[in-house]
Design a protein around this ligand. Sequence first.
Ligand code: ADP
Ligand code: MG
Length: 378
Amino acid sequence: MKDTIAKIFEERFGGKGDFYASAGRINLIGEHTDYNGGFVFPGAIDKVIMAEIRPNGTDKVRVFSVDIDEYAEFGLKEEDAPSQSWARYIFGVCREIIKRGGEVKGFDAVFAGNVPLGAGLSSSAALESCFAFALNDLFNDNKFEKFELAKIGQSTEHNYCGVKCGIMDQFASVCGRKGNLMRLDCRSLDYEYYPFNPEDYTLVLVDSRVKHELADSPYNKRRESCERVAQKLGVETLRDADMDALLAVKESLSEEDFKRAKFVIEEKQRVLDVCDALNQGDYETVGKKMYETHEGLSKDYEVSCEELDFLNEVAKETGVTGSRIMGGGFGGCTINLVRKDLRDRFVDEAIRRFNEKYGHEPKIYDVVISDGARKIDD
Ligand code: ADP
Ligand code: MG
C-alpha cells in the first residue's frame, strides 16, 4: 500500500511527503452500553488508512483517494466544503482543528486503505484519525492530546458527515495499541489498557453482508426504554443500576423495558468480567461472555436477526470459543474468538452453510489487535 501511495504522490505532486496511518477497530464486548454510561472494550486492528502528506505552502488542500480514484481540492474556510463525501471527512477534520484554535495550512495528500467500508470496522474513523493525527504533527507540534484527536474525528462526523456517532470508534482508532484492548468508561471517558495477546486464539469477523433497515427506529426505542427504567430507579443512567434494584421494580415495568434494562445491566458486568479474565489470560471465559452477550442481544435487547443468530449457531456447533454480534445489530458482522487450529474449519463451515441457507457468501476478515494512529518512519 505504501509503495502504491508513494508512486501516485510522486506522479501527482512530485517528491515525497510524510506517511501516517490509523486503524479500523473491533469492539470485543460492551454493546449498547455507551449511551447508558457503561463500558465499551474496543481495540485497533491491522487494517488501516494510510496517507502521504506534505504541506504545499498555499491555502488549498489537494488530495487524491487511491481507492475511490478521485481527486478533490478545497480551501480551509467553512464555505469551502467539498462535494465528494469521502473528502468531507478530511475537510471536517481540518475545520475541527481550526475551530479548536489549531493551525491547518494547505497540503497535498494521497491516501488508501484496507479497512472494509461500511462493514462495521469503522473505516470512517480510521480516515479521520489518520488525518487528525497527521495535521496535529505537521502543523501543531502535536499540541492536541490523543483523546482530543478522537473528539475532532467525532465532531467531524457530527458536523460534516451527518452521523451522530459516539466516541468509541475514533477513540479506538487513535489510542489503539498493539496487543491491547481498551476499556473505555463512557461516562467519565477514562480508559485503561488490558493485554490481549492470545497465542492460541485468533479473531475472525464474519460479515453477513445483510443490513435490515427497519421502519420504526429500533435504536431510539431501545434508548427510550433504558431512560424510562433509569428514571424509575432514580438513577441518571443504567450504569448506576444493579439487578437487585431492577428486580425490585419489575412489576411496575413493561416486560419489554425490563428485558432491555436487564441486558444493559448484565452487559456492564460482562465487560468487567472479561477484563478480569484477560488479566488472568483466561480466553475461555472471555469466549463464554461473548456468547452470553449474543444471547442477551438476541433475546433481551432484540437487535439480532436470523442471519446473525445462524452465524452464532454455526460458531457454537463448530466449537468456536466465543461469538457474538458486533455493532448495533440487525445485520453486519459477528466477531469470533477462535482457536487457531480451528480457524480454517470454522471459516469453511461458516461460508458453506451460510451460502447454502441465504444464497450468498459471508465475507471473512481476520484481524489482529494493532497500533492506532501513528507516523510511519521509513
Ligand atoms: P464505516 O462503518 O466503515 O465507518 P461509514 O459509512 O461510516 O462506514 O464510512 C465509510 C465512508 O468513509 C466511505 O463512504 C468513504 O466516504 C470514507 N472512506 C472510508 N474508507 C475509505 C477509503 N479507503 N478511501 C476513501 N474513502 C474512504
Ligand atoms: Mg463510520
